[in-house]
Design a protein around this ligand. Structure first.
Ligand code: PLP
Length: 388
């Protein structure tokens, strides 16, 4: 047999970070002291009170069996009460909320529940690659909604042609946004809900960074009246509690969409380890814990060092409102690949070229605030010594 991956797998766009990845590995192999601002993975540990709850949960033999189908009830109740306290949104934990094995899992499975082959999926770019990949793997056809500085990094829904909107069954949104760090306005979310209702489109809003903000608290799309008619929102414990490795999140919103996703999951996976969900319940019950709020102060200090430093070097850069990313416009009209390549070769600093998030990301680079403040200052010093 000569094996060929499926046509859908072959249809995935090429991985554009590959060139930077290769050069990063070469630099490390050559013994260079590489400062990696590429990865969006918190460097701080999961808070101790969460780890302690996990240890206790491990010792309970009831947790050693298959997980509950739609998630541990206590975790789902806690997530529902978080939705109420944090966003003022009422949700029925039994019919409108399910546990996910990380929000990426839910985002990846959602198109299986929503999209028919040939349907258009509205995908923001620059954007998290999962939206496009999951759509293609389901036989959907991505239609890119460009995010630009001019539109506040929110898609111009009026620019979507009528026939595209008619053929679309799903629209992905992500606020606070990776990679641009923008937050959505209530007006935009309301406009998106109206657009989705008018065109029979499901909205999947990725809310992974809702607790990672500096001043104003980000909103949920479910705060918009009537949003539950069309929207499902994806939440994650990964960034809020430094729990990326644990794989825990939830989906919440329209009950029919939530139950369709639950049905897909019931046929594909058997849920997340109950012990992890119990630890997650403990985490969500203490969103204001000093260990949790403390990480925000850490990111704030790092943000100031990096944003000020990049600004002095000649990048056009603003303070992020949320997320732990700094999205900076390249100096002197250089391309994002040029900048990422030069910074790697001449300063041993890894930045992600914006083009890797889709064509509209060109001209920008993304830096993650996931290294300590001394290392960030060192990265700035090295980048400043490049002859731009
Ligand atoms: C990190 C991240 C997530 C979180 O994924 P998990 O699977 O919950 O770890 C989701 N969306 C975006 C845009 C992210 O950057």
């Amino acid at each position: 047999m000569s094996f060929q991956p499926s046509k859908r797998l072959q249809a995935l766009p090429p991985y554009l970070f590959i060139e930077i990845d290769r050069r990063k590995r070469e630099a490390i192999a050559a013994g260079k002291d590489v400062i990696n601002l590429g990865v969006g993975d918190p460097d701080q540990p999961t808070p101790e009170f969460i780890r302690k709850r996990m240890v206790a949960a491990l010792d309970d033999p009831r947790n050693h069996r298959y997980p509950f189908d739609e998630g541990v009830p206590e975790f789902r109740q806690q997530a529902a009460s978080f939705m109420k306290q944090r966003f003022g949104v009422d949700v029925d934990w039994q019919s409108e909320l399910i546990t996910l094995i990380g929000s990426k899992e839910g985002l990846g499975h959602l198109p299986v529940a929503v999209v028919n082959p040939g349907d258009i999926v509205l995908v923001p770019q620059p954007g998290y690659p999962v939206y496009q990949a999951a759509s293609i793997l389901t036989g959907g056809v991505p239609y890119h909604m460009p995010l630009t500085e001019g539109n506040g990094w929110m898609p111009d829904l009026g620019a979507i042609p009528g026939d595209v909107a008619k053929k679309a069954s799903l629209m992905f949104l992500n606020y606070p946004n990776n990679p641009t760090s923008a937050c959505a306005t209530p007006e935009f979310f309301a406009e998106a809900v109206a657009f989705a209702k008018a065109n029979d489109i499901v909205i999947a809003q990725d809310e992974a960074y809702s607790e990672l903000y500096f001043d104003q608290r980000p909103i949920s799309i479910l705060e918009v009246p009537g949003a539950k008619d069309v929207a499902i929102e994806f939440h994650s414990l990964s960034k809020t509690f430094n729990m990326t490795g644990w794989r825990l999140g939830w989906a919440v919103g329209n009950r029919d969409i939530v139950s369709a996703l639950a049905k897909v999951k019931g046929n594909m996976d058997s849920g997340q380890f109950n012990a992890i969900q119990q630890a997650g319940q403990e985490a969500l019950a203490h969103v204001d814990h000093v260990e949790v709020k403390g990480s925000l102060d850490v990111y704030r200090e790092r943000r100031d060092v990096l944003v000020d430093g990049l600004g002095e070097i000649g990048f056009d850069v603003k303070n992020p409102e949320a997320t732990f990313y700094v999205w900076a416009k390249c100096p002197k009209g250089l391309s994002s690949m040029d900048v990422a390549g030069r910074v790697l070769d001449e300063a041993s600093v890894v930045l992600i070229p914006g083009i890797g998030f889709g064509e509209p990301g060109e001209g920008y680079v993304r830096a993650a605030l996931t290294v300590g403040v001394e290392r960030l200052a060192e990265a700035v010093r090295r980048m400043a010594s490049i002859d731009w």
